[in-house]
Design a protein around this ligand. Sequence first.
Ligand SMILES: Cc1ncc(COP(=O)(O)O)c(C=O)c1O
Length: 411
Amino acid sequence: MSRAGTIAAIVDDSISQRAASIRPSATFAMAARAATLRAQGREIHDFSAGEPDFRPPTAVREATAAFVREQPVRYTPVAGLPALREAVATHLSAVHGSTITPSRVLISCGAKHSIANLLQALLEPGDEVVIPTPAWVSYPDMVRLAGGVPVEVATTAADGFRLRPEALEAALTPRTRALVLNSPGNPTGAGYDAAAVRALGEVVARKAPRTWIMADDIYRRLTYGDFRHASIVRTLADLHPRLAIVDGVSKTYAMTGYRIGYLVASEALVLGATRVQGQTTSGAATPSQHAALVALTDPTVDAEVDAMCLAFARRRDLMLARLAAIPDVHVPVPDGAFYVWMDVRAYLGRDPVPDDAELSRWLLEAHGVATVPGGAFGGPGYIRLSYATADAVIEAGCARLVAAMAALRRG
Ligand SMILES: Cc1ncc(COP(=O)(O)O)c(C=O)c1O
């Protein structure tokens, strides 16, 4: 099923073409349906979540409460609280092994907003953005909203769902303005090591003089086993003027609802993105910015993040072990994030599950297991399962899933 086919378009005279062309996020839609069924008293095992189930670090929670209780909550400068821009610059300078000045940092309302601002500031109408696919549901719509053209380039299981340099080269045109690199990635969990990043960077350097590389590093800290996140700044020094990094507190610090993300790019691009932000949101919420400052600077926070990562690593292994009981599905071992990307093609094509969308619906409605259909990510034939949930939910939900898939097999 095509991505566009997964969710009905809005047909109403009062709605602009721009708004009508945008699809709501399939992940939010699935989570909402699961919540509705739960409210009706159904037991639901939810593998649809795109957010950690942990609470934010203790110091963050305490500082947020104290700030709101004791301080006036006023506007900050559009580009963000100066102390937070400074803290992000210091933090990411260490991560990327290169001095990042606060003037190259823009604080926004979540990484999604950072990406939206960047695209609005970077793209001319018709500019193309290469998106290795399967990919996070929002990239193509955000590119379209910014007047650009998403160019989805399929990756394969054989390549570990990583974009091959030759495929990138074939996708480049004079209109290519950006390449999206999401590592480790949603929905596959695949990560690009330094050699893979370098190989893609070489193609951009050789063939695409006006193309930026945008690293979506939102899952950077959540990596498991031997995989280590590779910084585009460290790896692609010669492309430095055309590198943009999107990062944030949502996943690393379990602060999705705080809505704080950050963009690092050239001063000029950050200024452009700041203008866009200034006439749309005026900036991110002040208490959230203070909370993010604590997340990045309080010395007690790291230990809690490490504990969360360990829990995710354990749950990843637990989920992979349980899913191994389902015959004829292929599940690559994710390098990071908190998703498992399961090839269910052997089970599709007949009643009651002609495709992944129907399988996902059937698993939820008939078996109480919430997943997200792969078509939403440009990966039909797959479903995404999130292991950002308790071990007990993984155990019980996988047991249901194994039973449901066995029933499908028996047909
Ligand atoms: C790949 C990717 N990028 C960005 C985001 C958005 O992050 P935020 O909640 O900070 O806007 C998500 C959230 O699911 C994501 O999966």
